[in-house]
Design a protein around this ligand. Structure first.
Ligand code: ZN
Length: 405
């Protein structure tokens, strides 16, 4: 059922859209939501609900006669706006030989272990790939299929004892809005796991602290022939601002726990210039220092060129969930132990980005992230080994079991 369900879901286009202001951002996400509702009913879940914004929740009632914490599993229904998710034609490469995979002969799209060396790890396994024209949508339809497979298993195996389990499926994660309208109170879990990670073994509970910095620079344009001591060139001030930021703290020079400043866009002329930066750091103090550094640079320029020359607006976007997970670190320990018990080696590493789980953690629902098994998300080279998906299901079931111990 796992693979069939997954293949059924990826064929439904659910691409979200940043341009839209509605929730879900695209009406077509309801196409998948309605199918999921039917599947939840068929499995025999309780309290199945979908609100007007497309958030789905359902309950697997406890089958144990003592108090056990209620836990939840969450996945998102949308696919990334960056790449087409329409007419996805998944194909299963059985018993993969470790070599190149021709995704599309006509278009000459070939996926090669030279470009993607991790492919070699799956020799002899069954890989689900695209036809080279769309993304696959394992991000995050694999997560949905895995969660449903796990609860389906538990319904069919009442001898496996478990507490109350909640499942939640959200729209618009890929445009950063998946947590916005998530009703944490209604969900009613003590903690949850997003099943939205990549390769088998991934377990994540740390992500960036994130802020956006909007810079407006006011210059003074004047005919260059008579500009002496009068012209203030806002674009050059913008360049000066950028030069005051550390060169080694740019995304192209950083990894692991190293944070960065990224100049996302800059446009301007002599009179006015605007710049947008994003600032990222896992460490709370270093994050604060980074924001201070850019503020200090602006202040220096205002002293040099006159008050009001550089106008800075710093807005926090999200924070590292680690702060909210550490007080309940056992939820990470249980996930880690569960992986080991089903023969999966945990790969614990900080996320160099944010997740809906991070936002939910700050909304009162601590929410680490567990692997789906997929690779190369958001593009035509996306693929997922069936064996990794099965392990994800085993991990989910084991986590649920381990909460009774
Ligand atoms: Zn995702």
């Amino acid at each position: 059922m796992l693979v069939e369900r997954f293949l059924k879901y990826v064929k439904i286009d659910t691409q979200s859209s940043e341009e839209s202001t509605t929730c879900p951002s695209t009406e077509k996400q309801f196409d998948l939501a309605n199918v999921i509702i039917e599947d939840l009913k068929e499995i025999g879940m309780s309290d199945i609900s979908m609100d007007e914004n497309g958030y789905i929740m359902a309950t697997l009632p406890s089958n144990i006669d003592r108090e056990v914490p209620t836990i939840g599993f969450i996945a998102h229904m949308d696919t990334a706006p960056d790449y087409s998710g329409k007419d996805v034609k998944p194909r299963i490469v059985e018993n993969y030989d470790g070599g190149e995979i021709v995704l599309n002969e006509g278009q000459n799209v070939v996926m090669s272990p030279v470009d993607f060396p991790e492919m070699k790890n799956y020799k002899g396994q069954d890989l689900i790939v695209t036809d080279g024209m769309t993304l696959l949508g394992a991000d995050n339809k694999a997560g949905i299929a895995e969660i449903l497979e796990a609860v389906d298993y538990l319904v069919k195996h009442p001898e496996v004892k478990h507490g109350e389990v909640k499942v939640g499926f959200t729209p618009d994660e890929e445009i950063g809005r998946g947590a916005n309208l998530f009703d944490v109170e209604k969900f009613g879990a003590k903690c949850a796991y997003t099943i939205d990670g990549g390769e088998i073994g991934e377990l994540e509970y740390e992500n960036f602290n994130a802020a956006t910095v909007n810079v407006k620079i006011n210059g003074r344009n004047i005919h260059p022939g008579t500009a002496k001591n009068k012209m203030i060139n806002s674009t050059l001030i913008g360049m000066e601002l950028n030069e005051m930021l550390p060169v080694d703290q740019r995304p192209e020079h950083t990894e692991k726990y190293e944070g960065f400043f990224l100049l996302i866009s800059m446009s301007g002329s002599v009179e006015n210039t605007s710049m947008v930066y994003i600032v990222r750091d896992h460490d709370k103090d270093k994050f604060a220092d980074k924001k201070q550094l850019i503020a200090d640079a602006a202040e220096y320029l205002n002293k040099k060129f006159g008050a009001g020359t550089v106008d800075l607006e710093i807005t926090d976007s999200y924070f590292n969930m680690r702060e909210k997970i550490e007080p309940v670190m056992e939820i990470v320990e249980i996930a880690k132990k569960s992986m080991e018990e089903v023969g999966v080696t945990p790969i614990i590493k900080p996320i160099r980005g944010g997740t809906d789980g991070a936002r939910l953690s700050y909304m009162g629902l601590p929410c680490p992230n567990i692997f789906t098994g997929g690779h190369n998300f958001h593009g035509k080279f996306e693929y997922i080994p069936v064996q990794s998906m099965k392990k994800s299901v085993e991990v989910i079931v084991k986590v649920i079991e381990n909460y009774t111990k």
